[in-house]
Write a protein that binds this ligand. Sequence first.
Ligand code: CMC
Length: 440
Amino acid sequence: MSKKDATTNTVTITDNRTGKQIELDLLKPTCGPMTIDVTSLYKQLGYFTYDPGFMSTASCWSKITYLDGDKGVLEYRGYPIEQLAEKSTFLETCYLLLHGDLPKKDEMEKFEYDIKHHTMLHEQLLRFYSGFRRDSHPMAIMVGVVAALSAFYHDDEDIHDPQDRMNAAHRLIAKMPTIAAWSYRYAMGMPFIYPDNSLDFSENFLHMMFSTPCEKYKVDPLLAKALDIILILHADHEQNASTSTVRLAGSSQANPFAVLASGIASLWGPAHGGANEAVIRMLTEINDSGKPLSDFIDRAKDKKDRFRLMGFGHRVYKNYDPRAKIIRKICHQMLESGQCTDPKHQKLLDTAMELEKIAREDDYFVSRNLYPNVDFYSGIIFLGMGIPLNMFTVLFAVGRSVGWVAQWNEMMADPQTKIGRPRQLFTGEATREYQEFEER
Ligand code: CMC
């Protein structure tokens, strides 16, 4: 849709300071709120808009993912997340996000072939791992190694060529599980396990995580399926912090792998993807403390205390996060199926459910529409799979990599794309004269 087609009306702005009136175009999206086009505001009135945290700002056009936070709706290319989680696979969802539609059988076979034939890393990239301290957080390794891919794929690739961009997308999707699994292997002092193309995407990841040269890990198909669904749920989420970081970094036309590494860095924080790790630390702290849950609820409500209920709240969802609903169900199924026998995991789930119950009846959380988000229950499933705590956000990154690269590709193909360059409301010193030492 062009800007002209989307324009349905105008909004009149009156400057009460000068009395001047201007008209701004009102744009109508396929779904979601109408949007005022403020691009000419500065030219017409000489004013900037101020919106820290982008509370009311649409930063781009996009056709990829739609979410309605009030209703708890999430759709990739128009398909509800519930249907994709039930019927699709992560790789098929990758195709959907990248190409805009579900693949026909032959398209899917070709896509699978292309991804499988990019899963290996350049052997020289292996040496990067030994440069990291053994106890490095795997997200630190992810940022470094994904950025290092730019050293291997740069001069030959033209970011203005759609085919080259698709090659970059295939490389990223294919190599992320290898890079991720190896960041764990390195920390454990275990040999790297190469990808096995006879396995599907999620099975292959578990194989690279847990096989040894002397014993092949027997992948449990139910665990692999649960992982695949979790990857689908994390695959994209419109203009969140890490995706916006990718778009901003990419708008300068930088190398895509360096750009995608910036997305990983942004995801790492506990307010974003790092919350899945923080949730388990919080639940463990609660269980170990022996204190009643109400103490922690009180702390979360206390504005002088920095403690927050991790895995609760969302900028956009003011209703139950649809991803959390699906994950909560898988979590129950996994523990009930007897696949996870560690009583500590059951205790974590019990505490999580009790915490959710208390919070959802508490006026503080109710009045602020704070519900469990995608990170609240996912960690318990990861623990059940034997995935260590510091790898949780890495798994989020593996899933989200397709969203980042699809959004980067969409931006690069959009003729309206400009370098991202926000302005500011300057509150520092106005012009003043330099003073010599003796005058200061
Ligand atoms: N615990 C206690 N209070 C909270 C929480 C929480 N988890 N989340 C929000 N609030 C309060 C907040 O103090 C504020 O209260 P008041 O109006 O009295 O000042 C109100 O709710 C609105 O919160 P906000 O911080 O202004 O909202 P935001 O949209 O800027 O932040 C958030 C969203 C996700 C960063 C925040 O809810 C949070 O820190 N949650 C915990 C971390 C977390 O679970 N992050 C994962 C997000 S989902 C996955 C992803 O996208 O990566």
